[in-house]
Ligand binder design. Structure first.
Ligand SMILES: Cc1cc2nc3c(=O)[nH]c(=O)nc-3n(C[C@H](O)[C@H](O)[C@H](O)COP(=O)(O)OP(=O)(O)OC[C@H]3O[C@@H](n4cnc5c(N)ncnc54)[C@H](O)[C@@H]3O)c2cc1C
Length: 504
């Protein structure tokens, strides 16, 4: 056993965005900080994401909460209030490049306001050249297609996302933190004197650490099909992990074994519908597939279940990133998105990084990776082809008939479920259908924490020296999604500070 690990100040379990922020923060204030990461390198899910960090520029907590009423008031307020300091620290102290960009949607519905977010890793100088880059990028994609995307991904996007990770890791290392990768933490035991004993397995064998404080930042449980099934029910069986695959919910088990409570809802999550692919996306080889295959068009399409029935108000669910959840909860984990030429042309493409990634053809991207995409010239043909996939033809036929009629006579909001926005008929050939399942990126249920990111027990008492960060920590979001990186980052900073209290 190695003595150097016998008197650690803070052990951070998990080296994703939340864990890296916690480690860099703790290392500013404590001598011995160790990060244990199960993956072969640090970074976790942010290395796969589009890296847009935002809190929708809410002018006040009251406005924020009125817009996102289902966000936990105590945790949400803490996040809102710490956000400006966190952003300043991330930019000024850690040096993470970030470009302020307008957001495509204004959640507050105020036509006078353009809310902004920050693309992490992108310098603000690049943002100035953005209109030119945007045009060049769109042109190159039109000419070279996927080849261009893959090159852009390798040469630029991965570097942008990696730059965030590198800056945080370098800041932590410069301040004395140690990183041990390929190391999964198996058990944490309280030693009764406020210290904890952590057992982990490294590539070269087991290690044991004794620490004053632990920050659990292992992400959610989206990488565990048994936990997805346990918490999401039947719909969870078909759900896929839209995040780092090493997020298998270990932190839940570790925190609960120490007496930590859970904060739900355990079945809710942020994610996007994903096509069914013949083999799982290889995150190392093809990380861009997580973005380019995500069904951002689902909220503008008509979604039907196996019975051929609509089950959700598509655009209303899309507004708060709830379509994937609805597929899990209301459609037994699978549905078919139906689009016509008009919907496909208007909503089947999506740009990322304020145009850095040109508008990607999402359905084509899924098809190229082996998804079954049905394209027909008539609706009866489409219905027949879907019946071969097991969709009830009569149900689907009635659904489309009623839906199209309601679009024509302006009564779509009276349908059941209603269609409150974008009541676009499925009427212009060609017609498209693609099967979708829930892709889970951030599970909302997890270890219960207080405003200082301390894990609390069932009576609400903090467990001494035990902290957790969303996505592992739960209860911040209960329904509406209001940003994952903001949540992980801000609470990572709070946890890093709480784990290293300064003597008063
Ligand atoms: C395609 C895509 C696009 C996205 N776009 C955005 C966006 O634009 N804006 C936004 O806000 N969010 C976005 N997100 C979500 C966001 O990226 C994630 O929610 C966030 O990065 C998660 O950070 P985390 O620290 O909670 O977890 P992770 O980054 O997942 O880190 C958890 C780490 O813990 C490690 N770990 C797990 N168990 C153990 C163990 N037992 N021992 C040691 N280590 C362990 C894992 O290996 C992992 O590295 C996106 C996600 C995806 C997939």
């Amino acid at each position: 056993m190695v003595d150097e690990f016998d008197d650690v100040d803070v052990v951070v379990v998990g080296g994703g965005f939340g864990g890296l922020v916690a480690a860099a923060t703790a290392a500013e204030r404590a001598k011995a900080v160790v990060v244990l990461e199960a993956g072969t390198r640090v970074g976790g899910t942010i290395t796969l994401s589009s890296g847009l960090l935002h809190m929708f520029d809410a002018p006040s907590w009251e406005v924020f909460h009125a817009t996102f009423p289902t966000v936990n008031p105590d945790l949400g307020k803490a996040m809102f209030e710490h956000f400006p300091e966190f952003m300043k620290w991330l930019g000024d102290d850690i040096g993470v490049p970030m470009a302020r960009v307008p957001l495509p949607v204004d959640s507050y519905g105020d036509p006078q306001r353009v809310p902004h977010g920050h693309i992490l890793g992108l310098s603000s100088r690049a943002a100035i050249a953005q209109p030119v880059l945007k045009r060049l990028s769109t042109l190159a994609y039109a000419v070279l297609g996927d080849t261009y995307l893959r090159t852009l991904d390798r040469m630029l996007l991965r570097r942008l996302r990696q730059a965030v990770v590198d800056h945080l890791q370098a800041a932590a290392v410069t301040r004395g933190a140690r990183f041990i990768v390929g190391t999964r933490v198996g058990t944490i035991v309280s030693e009764g004197d406020g210290r904890h004993r952590i057992e982990a397995v490294t590539p070269s064998g087991p290690i044991s650490l004794r620490t004053r404080a632990v920050v659990l930042a292992t992400g959610g449980f989206q990488g565990s099909s048994s936990l997805l099934t346990k918490h999401l029910g039947e719909g969870g069986k078909k759900a896929i992990c839209r995040a780092a695959r090493t997020n298998t919910g270990d932190g839940l088990r570790l925190g609960q074994s120490l007496g930590g409570d859970l904060a739900g809802p355990m079945d809710r999550f942020y994610g996007l519908p994903m096509p069914v692919l013949p083999k799982p996306i290889d995150h190392e080889e093809d990380p861009i597939a997580l973005l380019s295959c995500s069904a951002y068009y689902a909220g503008s399409a008509v979604l039907v279940d196996r019975a051929g029935m609509r089950f959700v108000d598509e655009p209303a669910a899309a507004k708060h990133a709830e379509v994937a959840y609805a597929i899990a909860a209301e459609a037994d984990g699978e549905c078919w998105a139906i689009l016509d030429e008009v919907i496909e042309t208007r909503f089947g493409r999506k740009g990322f990084g304020d145009g850095l990634l040109p508008p990607l053809e999402l359905i084509e991207s899924a098809r190229r990776r082996g998804a079954t995409v049905t394209v027909t010239q008539t609706l009866p043909e489409l219905i027949e082809r879907l019946s071969e996939e097991g969709v009830d033809a009569d149900g689907l036929s009635k659904t489309l008939e009623q839906y199209n009629q309601a679009c024509r006579d302006g009564s779509a909001s009276e349908l059941s479920p209603p269609r409150t926005k974008k009541p676009l008929p499925i009427s212009t050939a060609p017609f498209y259908a693609i099967k979708l399942v829930p892709g889970v990126s951030m599970t909302y249920g997890g270890l219960r924490i207080d405003e200082q990111a301390r894990v609390v027990d069932t009576s609400g008492e903090p467990l001494p020296g035990v902290h957790a960060v969303p996505g592992l920590a739960g209860g911040l979001y209960t329904q509406h999604y209001a940003g994952a990186l903001a949540a992980c980052g801000v609470f990572g900073r709070i946890a890093g500070q709480a784990a290293t209290p300064r003597a008063s």
